[in-house]
Design a protein around this ligand. Sequence first.
Ligand SMILES: [Zn+2]
Length: 435
Amino acid sequence: MSIDNHKYSDWDVRRVKELDIRQFIPGCNHRKTTQDIECPFCGKKKFAVNAKKDFNNAKCWVCGQGFSGPIAAVAYYSGINLDTDWLHALEETARQGGIVITPQERRREESIAAAIEASRQSFCNQQLEASGLTLEDVTASIIEGGQELFMPTFRKGRVNEMFVPDKSGDDMLIYYYRLDGKPMEYTSKGSSRPRQYVRVRWANPDIHRSSDGKPMKYQTPAGAPSRIYIPEKIRRLYKLKSHIDTLFLQEGEKKAEKACKHGMLSIGIQGINNFGSQQEGLLQDIQDIAKACSISNIVLVMDSDWNDLHRAIKVGDSVDKRPNSFSKAVIKFKQYMSTFHNIGLSVDIWWGHVNENDHGDKGVDDLLCGALLSREQELLEDIERTMHSHDGRGTWLNIHKITAISDAKIRDFWLLNDVHAFYEIHKARLTVSNI
Ligand SMILES: [Zn+2]
């Protein structure tokens, strides 16, 4: 099929193909579902026209020529070359059939304009702007109610106590869509009706506290499992089955979008541990992307404060008092990613983090809006260099290959970092005698 057909959505093209073929073939009886009329090619009265749901076509019993559908019929009678000018034939069929089809690009622009108007000055906009994102950047091609639509995945709104979203509030809602573009759903306990998977970023975390009293910035609906957030760029590569050399896992949806915007192909996870669970194993979407895009490398990316815990260490604290949740997360990551092997994939596993810099950037999104603002392409160059270096140390990120590193070594690495961080922080106060 012609590349041109991307001008219109599959949904619009299908609507044209479903137009009754009889209205485009002269001499048809519109009350008969099947009929033999005079063949436009050989003139025999053996031209079978079918206007059934699954067979909307025509073919001559004698000469074998015919029309595969309404577009081919219109092309023939209007003198349009179907092979070289399919798009023209499509548009002409829509025109003759009396239906309006709108180019995707125009529908996309109209959707974005409407979304911008609706969320002007909203908390959602502020959040996106802070990450250097526009509504256009986060607009996805999705399927809702059987229709292909363009919608931003970050929208102004609120959720009620049942976590049902509506447009009235001024929190930020993050809509999750599957790889096929349909809404992700979940079923909460005690309910049989699936609900749309929407995460919320509260504008005022202080009035939304978790069970242990802590203010919550983000909230996932109660009873909903962790899912990955899939930026449109990744969804498109998945649909096209394009190769992704390196897939990055970012902590959070905005980071994933911002990284994708600048070519660092990423998906969002909801926390450094949330790429799988005991019950589900490695999240299916990650497996599906890995398979369809034959990824070669997968990298878990952490913020620059990944070892911030060390700053709180006081002289005299014992080594084992230090939390080692980060090394646990990395070991779990390695174990889960090793299961790629079971589905026949050979994927190298990496762990990386943003380096501390003078700008104080924490996440990849901060880095791209901070120290790397207007020279964003340096990030990819640095990553490329770092992943080919002997020690995994880059300018902006350190990235270490852990495919073949033992769990014990990963723990040791953290211990060494502990000692190093401890020394850096306290060296001024350390004397030869107390070292
Ligand atoms: Zn014929």
